[in-house]
Design a protein. Structure first.
Length: 92
């Protein structure tokens, strides 16, 4: 598994999640299914990075509902929401 360091059949050793986020190809993210995006968010701890970004960027007070969550639940446009979460996690 790529989370365990096996990427393209090559054993790359352990790679931190933050580095794996940066290795994701934008065009593949754009074409990814909702299920794939959900797995990326889960496997690479994107929610944790988004919450850390909100704290560091001093957005907790402005978005108290989001900053107090341990995970995000999307009711509609789930693929877009996962892409946004991945984007913020990558930017952080």
């Amino acid at each position: 598994s790529w989370v365990g360091g096996k990427i393209g059949g090559t054993d790359c050793g352990w790679v931190p999640n933050r580095h794996l986020l940066l290795c994701l190809h934008g065009e593949r993210l754009a074409a990814a299914s909702e299920a794939t995006l959900r797995m990326i968010v889960r496997d690479l701890d994107c929610t944790k990075y988004v919450l850390q970004a909100m704290k560091e960027w001093k957005l907790e007070a402005k978005y108290m509902n989001l900053s107090s969550c341990k995970s995000f639940f999307f009711e509609s446009n789930k693929a877009r929401c996962y892409k946004c979460e991945i984007f913020v996690a990558r930017a952080f």
